[in-house]
Ligand binder design. Structure first.
Ligand SMILES: Nc1ncnc2c1ncn2[C@@H]1O[C@H](COP(=O)(O)OP(=O)(O)OP(=O)(O)O)[C@@H](O)[C@H]1O
Length: 204
């Protein structure tokens, strides 16, 4: 069964076309890794499938199943680690933050305000948030940035468990996560051709 799919998707950023004609299907237990050089459009594609911006053409199915973790951590600086997770559990109407605290070794930091965490600790909390959403499709933009080797291993293990439980992951990353059941999509061939500015169309 497909949990997330894109068909003939075109995406743009700041009004500039970035990618055209991207299609993929992501099923339960699978990970799809996006590749492509800096500026190729991976973030734009992820933001679009997560529903944070509309596509300029084509369609996405499964946006409502997505939990997105992007560059901005989305953490509340004044709330503690456990309060942040409890907040998200309430937003997504799920129960319990214990598994999320354990998966990313956040117990010792549970009472610390999120604003006082190091960059890597914040990233671990941002990824722990995925677990409390209860959403089956994790859409992850460079999830390992700021993580040390041990935390990358924790993250890879969390994804592996998630896939094993029937979840799926769409991940833009430059490193090899060593995940099983992984496909790769290089976005480079889908680079959009430059187009005339929209305001010119009235004169065609
Ligand atoms: N806020 C913005 N406004 C206008 N253009 C943007 C904006 N953010 C990014 N872009 C441009 O959109 C294009 C696609 O960027 P995007 O961030 O999707 O690439 P990426 O593949 O994720 O790159 P990276 O590997 O560096 O993260 C780039 O040319 C980039 O300069």
């Amino acid at each position: 069964m497909s949990l997330l799919s894109a068909s003939a998707l075109s995406v743009s950023r700041g009004g500039v076309p970035v990618l055209d004609g991207v299609s993929f299907t992501l099923g339960a237990g699978r990970a799809l890794v996006l590749r492509g050089p800096n500026g190729a459009g991976k973030t734009t594609l992820l933001r679009t499938v997560a529903g944070l911006q509309p596509p300029t053409a084509g369609a996405v199915d499964g946006t409502d199943r997505v939990a997105y973790a992007g560059h901005a951590d989305g953490l509340k600086a004044m709330l503690s680690v456990s309060e942040n997770l409890t907040f998200w559990a309430a937003v997504f109407a799920t129960r319990g933050i214990d598994a999320a605290l354990d998966a990313f070794e956040l117990r010792e930091l549970a009472d610390r305000p999120a604003g006082t965490l190091s960059a890597g600790q914040k990233r671990r909390l941002g990824l722990a948030r995925l677990l409390v959403t209860g959403r089956p499709v994790w859409v992850l933009d460079e999830p390992t940035v700021s993580l040390d080797t041990a935390s990358v291993a924790l993250f890879a293990e969390a994804v592996r468990r998630h896939l094993g439980q029937g979840g799926a992951a769409l991940v833009a990353t430059h490193i090899d996560l060593g995940l099983p059941e992984t496909d790769t999509l290089d976005v480079t061939p889908f680079r959009a051709a430059p187009r005339a500015a929209v305001q010119d169309e009235a004169f065609l």
